[in-house]
Design a protein around this ligand. Sequence first.
Ligand SMILES: [Fe+2]
Ligand SMILES: [Fe+2]
Length: 185
Amino acid sequence: MERIKIYLKNNLSEHRYIHSLAVADCARKLARVYSFDEKKAYLAGLIHDCGKGKEKDFLSGKFLYPIKIDKWTQKILPVLHSKLGAVIAKEEFHIDDKDILNAIAYHTTGRFKMSDLECIIYLADMIEPNRTYPRVEILREAATKGLYFATLLAMDFSIQYLMELSEMIHPDTIQARNTLLEKVR
Ligand SMILES: [Fe+2]
Ligand SMILES: [Fe+2]
């Protein structure tokens, strides 16, 4: 864990490093509330943004590891760091736990039938204490009421935000929302 923190401190901006520690902490708290493995949630939260800043390497063909990027992620660049991050977690931090790798890879979009850990990281990323945007308090409150319910609401807020900006929505997000809706109803 210490080695990972040193890597993150050296590779992320200070702002992003502080955010990563806060997401880890928030993920651990959510794990406690929703009876999930707290250590695993902390680790996934800590490293969820480890691909940040590596986009340039990828786009210039200098990313260290082979990786396939789906066509929508190629068009929606804010999603890219989550895919690069999952590869870095595997190759640099030697994390083999599929659930952790998926929680990283899908923390920006969600996906079809998200696991509890995927929901925890998606949500923690949006509600950690340093986040300040309109309606964040509503999500913090929702996070005490139900994991899938709160993740769904967080996703609705991000979809609404993207629509207001006329930005593309990754198809994984639509599948995530549909399957979360099914779970919540
Ligand atoms: Fe991220
Ligand atoms: Fe993040």
